[in-house]
Write a protein that binds this ligand. Structure first.
Ligand SMILES: Cc1cc2nc3c(=O)[nH]c(=O)nc-3n(C[C@H](O)[C@H](O)[C@H](O)COP(=O)(O)OP(=O)(O)OC[C@H]3O[C@@H](n4cnc5c(N)ncnc54)[C@H](O)[C@@H]3O)c2cc1C
Length: 449
């Protein structure tokens, strides 16, 4: 309770003044109106506590007022292929101003007390709000705040935290995490990027390439996984995690990648050519050499949980805009929402978004039992939650397209195609749907054994 009251204050609720509620209709599913957002988000089914809901409303209001008006400009800026990213970095700093980058970071003096010390549920709620208005800006926010900042917060030494976290949380710096490689996507531990220890130099020389890295084109700080050379184990490969600042000699980035969706999130290849990294930049210090697989796998669990907010927010946006559309568009002299086939689609969407949300929130809540950190979150539940939410979102977005057809499925007059394209990323990033199914099945079998 105290935590969320503190968070509400940190979120400058005094700035959150102008959301209003419409009159209740039949006592449930009251649509809420925020700046630029009118949503049928079902607060009753979401089951949030009053303070959690207060937090949620604050981030929805922020998303509508600050992020939504910039979405198209950020898309154009990234499409233009420059490296300045003024609009994108402007939003990044606004997010910092709200305190949202350090949402799960403990409030500690050595990080200028910029962390909000909130549970992963709040991080998921923030992702949901941002994804409602821009899938891409939300994805970049997740890469920065969860993949980069949260990993540094969980594993770094006090000195590393003091050096990197304040700038990242203040929004002066942009963060990324680099795990995937051209030949190592699902099989991420098959990575070829190698870190060779040079004792006389007191550090490592890194060579290799990372691919599809969110925020890569502009990132100032990258959390990088590399295979140890020589391995720390006699029987298998081991890995170490590094924090690499952009200005490190030998580090460079490729051209931003042209993507199917997530147009407001920059992505590119990272190149490491004889990059020298001193021992002080091993994430977690000397004791963490050879333990990168644990850092990577546990980070993926939390990433999957927080990313659930992505497909959820996009799905809610799709549902809201479709509901408005079917009650505006007329064919054969009646609103298309009165056709049985359209009602069936609405019913499926309504069921999908609410069931998916309830499951994702309850997994996040499981992480709050007793402790706010990992564990007791279960690996299989984080994977199952994003698997389920993504499945529901994919089906929902195809339905949305079938409602908007000429206006939105094929012509970008309405955002149906954007929703579909943005949501598809969640079937790919943080492990594919197939890999999540495999992982959940494997964990269930392991429990049985
Ligand atoms: C927009 C975008 C942003 C990204 N951001 C980042 C980032 O910030 N950092 C980062 O490190 N990575 C990032 N990624 C990379 C992402 O995590 C990988 O693309 C993903 O892990 C899948 O790898 P792949 O594309 O090589 O597919 P592959 O591994 O080649 O998979 C091909 C097919 O084989 C299936 N398959 C593979 N293994 C199995 C198995 N064991 N069982 C069943 N089926 C299997 C897959 O499900 C898939 O259908 C990003 C990707 C995209 C598209």
């Amino acid at each position: 309770m105290l935590r969320t009251t503190l968070s509400a204050r940190a979120l400058k609720l005094s700035r959150v003044s102008n959301y209003t509620k419409c009159a209740p209709r039949r006592g449930y599913a009251t649509p809420s109106t925020y700046t630029n957002i009118r949503t049928h988000y079902n607060t009753t089914l979401a089951g949030l506590s009053p303070s959690e809901n207060e937090f949620r409303e604050a981030v929805w209001e922020f998303a509508g007022r600050v992020v939504e008006p910039s979405r198209a400009k950020v898309e154009k800026e990234i499409e233009a292929g420059g490296r300045g990213f003024e609009e994108f970095m402007g939003i990044h700093r606004e997010l910092a101003e709200m305190g949202l980058h350090g949402i799960t970071v403990p409030t500690e003096a050595n990080t200028e007390s910029l962390g909000l010390s909130l549970p992963y549920l709040h991080h998921l709620l923030t992702m949901e709000a941002l994804s409602y208005v821009s899938g891409g800006i939300a994805l970049s926010y997740a890469a920065h705040s969860n993949l980069c900042i949260n990993q540094i917060s969980r594993w770094a030494t006090p000195e590393q935290k003091a050096r990197f976290l304040p700038g990242l949380m203040r929004g002066d710096l942009l963060g990324s995490l680099a795990m995937s490689e051209p030949g190592a996507g699902s099989d991420v531990l098959g990575m070829k990027t190698e870190a060779k220890y040079i004792p006389e130099k007191g550090g490592y020389v890194i060579n290799g390439n990372k691919f599809w890295i969110t925020n890569g084109p502009r990132a100032d700080v990258v959390v990088v996984y590399a295979k140890d050379s020589p391995s720390q184990s006699k029987t298998k490969s081991t890995y170490t995690t590094f924090i690499i600042p952009r200005e490190t000699p030998g580090f460079s980035t490729g051209q931003p990648l042209d993507k199917f969706g997530m147009k407001s999130s920059p992505t590119c290849e990272l190149i490491f050519e004889d990059v020298f990294v001193p021992e002080e930049l091993v994430l977690g210090g000397k004791g963490m050499v050879g333990k990168g697989a644990k850092v990577l796998m546990s980070g993926l669990d939390l990433e999957r949980l927080v990313l659930c907010g992505g497909p959820l927010g996009i799905m809610q946006a799709a549902y809201d805009t479709t509901l408005e559309y079917v009650h505006t568009r007329e064919q054969f002299g009646v609103r298309i929402g009165t056709f049985g086939s359209m009602q069936a689609k609405l019913a499926n969407m309504y069921t999908a978004v609410n069931s998916a949300r309830t499951f994702a929130y309850s997994v996040a809540r499981a992480g709050m039992l007793g402790t706010y950190t990992y564990p007791p979150l279960q690996r299989r539940d984080c994977a199952a939650a994003i698997l389920y939410v993504t499945d529901k979102a994919s089906k929902c977005h195809w339905s949305v397209c079938r409602v908007w057809v000429g206006m939105g499925e094929y012509i970008n007059e309405y955002p149906a195609a954007r929703y579909l394209a943005d949501a598809r990323l969640y079937a790919v990033g943080a492990g594919t749907q197939e890999v999540r199914r495999w992982l959940v099945g494997r964990e269930i079998n392991a429990d049985f054994e």
